[in-house]
Design a protein around this ligand. Sequence first.
Ligand code: OOG
Ligand code: MG
Length: 265
Amino acid sequence: MTDTTYDGWTAARVAASLLTSERTRTARTSIQAEWPGLTLDIAYAAQDIALADRRSRGETITGIKLGLTSRAKQKQMGVDEPSVAWLTDAMALPAGLPILRDRLIHPRAEPEIAFILGRPLTGPGVTAAQALSAAEYVTGAIEIIDSRYSGFKFTLADAVADNNSSGVYITGPVLRRVDEVDLSLEACLLEVDGDIHDTATGSAVLGHPAEALAFAANTFGARGITLEAGWVVLTGGMTDAVAVDPGSRVGAHFTSLGSITVAGG
Ligand code: OOG
Ligand code: MG
């Protein structure tokens, strides 16, 4: 028995189990509780195996997302380290459409600041300043996360293996060049059916969203992956995430990046 095959578990089996949960909309319990040998490296390998599966079904990479970059998110999930995951075209939801409830288990919405890369970015060793200069545009976003674990109960490695609870994402109506906006001061108000849930500024995201972009470049870089020009980078929930109930509407209102509203379907 080795680390990688404890109780029959392998990165491929982790990926298959989570993809089955996703396809059948059936939440499961923590894999790491069953397999303490699930390391972060194995979890990222499972993430890449799941990506290969998505691509074999015709999906294309649109970018990447960060997880758990704000204290609000870290406190909500009980995990205190950021991580990265993949975005594909199947996860992009055009603005104005209700969320794809028939594809999701227990959707939650979170407001994010997103970059569009103008140049490729390759870590390790990328600083926030270098990261910012590779980003061409910034926009607001709502990410609808959907963990494959019941009650969103997971460890860091569990969440990484689960592509950081990827569900769907909606980017905002306003694109600004990165040098036009002070992203640490860019504020967002998250509202559910007119009730304010929370507010935060970009400084909630690792001090500045460019720090999150640098973290992503360096984390992918350690795996030999370059962030490509044109990719969207979701820098992580600025506030904690709110459940999106059927019939409800969630709005993210940014100071200079406009508003995005999503209906619960
Ligand atoms: C993990 C995904 C985190 C974010 O923006 O922090 C994430 C989760 O909270 O389920 O997408
Ligand atoms: Mg997110």
